[in-house]
Design a protein around this ligand. Structure first.
Ligand SMILES: Nc1ncnc2c1ncn2[C@@H]1O[C@H](COP(=O)(O)OP(=O)(O)OP(=O)(O)O)[C@@H](O)[C@H]1O
Ligand SMILES: [Mg+2]
Length: 201
């Protein structure tokens, strides 16, 4: 399966999502490859700082590397134009659009509703949700779904564990944070939803 992570805003958790979905796939049968399509090389940096349980390469190396991969996750840079977004969606099985649940994040998404309607397969992932403001995330979900925008059931909470993991160059379950296993459970649940999507459930 090829999953691409993209988004209209910077810093919404695209790289964090790409790394942890790749981690989820790495726990299944077959080989997993994370392709870093961001010139800032954030995923590459994550891997270089520590150790990730799957291969990471940049776009230039991805054509050859993908030959041996069963599961491919692509991390991309922020602010794609509508045409790029369509090309990204056409080039994968599922396009994941992480967004924060605040007004600015949602506005960036809703501004592109027309472009989203042209996409083949995509779903929005609410990320960096403040645990004290879960109601805001649910409100955001209702609003997006009322516009026929698909949203993952699972939301990703704002947890320090993710920041620690990025700094140490490891997946969140190896971050040593007290919330590490809870954090990992969230992305695992997203991974399960992605698989269901692939099976057309
Ligand atoms: N769920 C989360 N909880 C807390 N911090 C998070 C979470 N997700 C991401 N972060 C932190 O937010 C920052 C941005 O995350 P990330 O790099 O994944 O976003 P991005 O969308 O890929 O950014 P860019 O647009 O720069 O590529 C990082 O410091 C990361 O550790
Ligand atoms: Mg990034």
């Amino acid at each position: 399966m090829i999953v691409t992570v993209a988004g209209f805003k910077g810093g919404v958790g695209k790289t964090t999502t790409a790394v942890h979905l790749a981690c989820f796939f790495a726990g299944l049968d077959g080989k997993t490859l994370l392709v870093d399509g961001d010139p800032n090389r954030s995923s590459m940096g994550w891997a270089e700082r520590g150790n990730l349980p799957f291969a990471v390469c940049d776009f230039a190396a991805s054509v050859k590397a993908s030959r041996a991969a069963d599961h491919i996750v692509v991390d991309t840079e922020a602010h794609p134009d509508n045409e790029t977004l369509e090309t990204l969606a056409d080039g994968c099985d599922l396009l994941i659009l992480p967004t924060t649940a605040d007004a600015l994040g949602l506005e960036a998404l809703l501004n592109t509703t027309e472009a989203l309607k042209r996409l083949s397969a995509y779903s929005v992932l609410l990320t960096k949700v403040d645990s004290r403001k879960m109601a805001t995330a649910e409100q955001a979900r209702v609003m997006l779904e009322s516009q026929d925008i698909p949203v993952f059931d699972q939301v990703i909470r704002q947890l320090t564990a993710y920041e620690k993991a990025a700094l140490a160059g490891v997946p969140v379950q190896g971050s040593g944070d007290r919330m590490a296993s809870i954090a990992w459970k969230e992305y695992r649940a997203v991974g399960e939803e992605v698989l269901k999507y692939d099976q057309g459930v």
